[in-house]
Write a protein that binds this ligand. Structure first.
Ligand SMILES: Cc1cc2nc3c(=O)[nH]c(=O)nc-3n(C[C@H](O)[C@H](O)[C@H](O)COP(=O)(O)OP(=O)(O)OC[C@H]3O[C@@H](n4cnc5c(N)ncnc54)[C@H](O)[C@@H]3O)c2cc1C
Length: 444
């Protein structure tokens, strides 16, 4: 049966859900607070479609490692700013409880299955729907290590060893010649030839061009949705505030929340308590001239494991840019949510790390800085499906909490939610509804 689905959120998760629903024959109205799509966390992220590196942040070694990082300077991968907000303490407690090998393994398996499904759906959409101009490349991902013990641990922890090759330092440089300046510090790396990169913002725009051409999609721009209310077990309408301050009601048939960090406050009046924290991160975008030599800037995607910095070459026929992304700041003020502030010290540290690693790539003081908030669950896997709590509205679906992997997991999350809405799947998570062949392939 054809449904009319309203989606709150025009980031990569909302747009992927919209595309999957329109493909399945449904009609979509998408509502977003901004004038354009992908103006928040999906705007200038790391550009990694990191299908084989999906391990959640919560891991057994993390609490000890975090203490070391907290004592480090502005270049530290992790920084904690404790606040009085009970939601932050609740999340931290749940996060620490998840820093356990068994929980980590179970979450990683769920995320790997979702990621591999995402790669298949991305291929389908790219090829069948001719999505273009979003700098998609399949040049592989090289994770470099600066000490041999860390390399050995990473080699032992590979989730898809058949697709992840262990390389020594010489082989890393043969593969990616711009790493030449790192030669004295490199122990080696792990290379996944099938991983991809792309520009998330441009992907959202490409999806929207397709949606607009379908005739079954409308977007209400510059429109903010008020926290939700339900009557008789259903959400009948949304309260909207338009750009000019006008208030309106929007009638709802089926509703998906894809509002990233703002999902918590939207569903709170319904008695649904989501454990999400906005984990702040930063990126730089450096324009690269077309004639940039191979030895200057990376062509394949590079992750510097010790420094937790990712590099992606975002190359379209029109322009070439190097995207650098890193850092996790915990303890974000809620009032800052729609416009996360740039921390100049963090940005300066990121410019320094990038220019040390790729000194010939260009002038990183000219790179455009950006900050975004990863909507993160304590364990790692997103919240995907119909809430199970008693009394939850019948027509409400959640697609939130994709943390540092929203671009990687977006296509699968959209696909699963569209299938579930088409088949009226009962309440509960959709993470265990992945196609059977994937579960078999992964040995579940
Ligand atoms: C530094 C950094 C690097 C990253 N690198 C990668 C990477 O390399 N690969 C990867 O896979 N992921 C990466 N991520 C994570 C990824 O960017 C996020 O997981 C993803 O963008 C989340 O998408 P979203 O659609 O859930 O949220 P968003 O993109 O934030 O979209 C939510 C939308 O909802 C709208 N909204 C919210 N509330 C309301 C309301 N009440 N009314 C109207 N509209 C509303 C907002 O306006 C917003 O547009 C990175 C994140 C950061 C910060």
């Amino acid at each position: 049966m054809q449904r009319h689905v309203t989606i709150i959120g025009g980031g990569v998760i909302g747009l992927s859900s919209a595309h999957a629903l329109v493909r399945a024959g449904h009609c979509v109205t998408l509502i977003d607070a901004h004038v354009e799509v992908a103006r928040e966390t999906s705007h200038a992220n790391g550009g990694q479609l990191s299908y084989r590196y999906v391990a959640p942040l919560a891991d057994s070694g993390v609490p000890l490692q975090a203490i070391k990082w907290l004592l480090a300077g502005n270049e530290a991968p992790l920084r904690l700013r404790p606040r009085l907000a009970p939601s932050q303490w609740r999340w931290m407690t749940q996060f620490l409880a998840a820093c356990h090998q068994r929980t980590h393994r179970a979450s990683a398996a769920q995320m790997l299955a979702l990621a591999l499904h995402s790669q298949q759906i991305m291929t389908q959409w790219r090829v069948q729907d001719a999505l273009e101009e979003f700098a998609w490349q399949q040049r592989g991902k090289l994770v470099i290590h600066r000490d041999s013990a860390a390399l050995d641990r990473a080699a032992a922890a590979r989730v898809a060893p058949q697709d992840q090759q262990v390389l020594d330092a010489r082989q890393c440089i043969a593969l990616e010649s711009s790493l030449i300046h790192q030669q004295p510090h490199l122990s080696g790396g792990i290379f996944s030839a099938s991983d991809e990169t792309a520009d998330c913002h441009a992907f959202c725009q490409a999806l929207e061009r397709k949606l607009q051409a379908s005739g079954r999609y409308t977007r209400l721009a510059s429109t903010r949705v008020a926290p939700l209310s339900a009557h008789d077990g259903r959400i009948a309408h949304l309260e909207l505030t338009r750009a000019d301050g006008r208030r309106e009601r929007h009638a709802v048939d089926t509703l998906i929340i894809a509002a990233g960090n703002h999902a918590t406050e939207l569903v709170r009046p319904l008695g649904i308590r989501l454990s999400l924290q906005p984990l702040k991160g930063y990126s730089l975008t450096l324009p690269l001239p077309a004639d940039t030599p191979k030895t200057a800037a990376p062509r394949i995607s590079v992750t510097d494991a010790a420094r937790k910095v990712v590099y992606a070459d975002l190359d379209t026929r029109k322009s070439r840019q190097l995207r650098v992304a890193a850092m996790v700041d915990i303890g974000h003020r809620e009032s800052d949510s729609f416009h996360p502030a740039l921390d100049e010290k963090r940005i300066a540290a990121l410019r320094q790390l990038a220019s040390e690693t790729f000194p010939d790539a260009g002038d990183f003081s000219q790179a455009t800085p950006w900050a975004g908030l990863r909507p993160s669950t304590p364990k790692g896997p997103p919240i995907l499906g119909r809430p199970q709590q008693a009394g939850r509205p019948d027509n409400l679906w959640l697609n939130v909490g994709h943390g540092s992997l929203g671009f990687t997991l977006a296509c699968a999350s959209g696909d699963l939610i569209a299938r579930a809405i088409s088949h009226e799947t009962r309440p509960g998570t959709l993470l265990d509804t992945l196609p059977d062949h994937l579960a078999e392939q992964l040995g579940f």
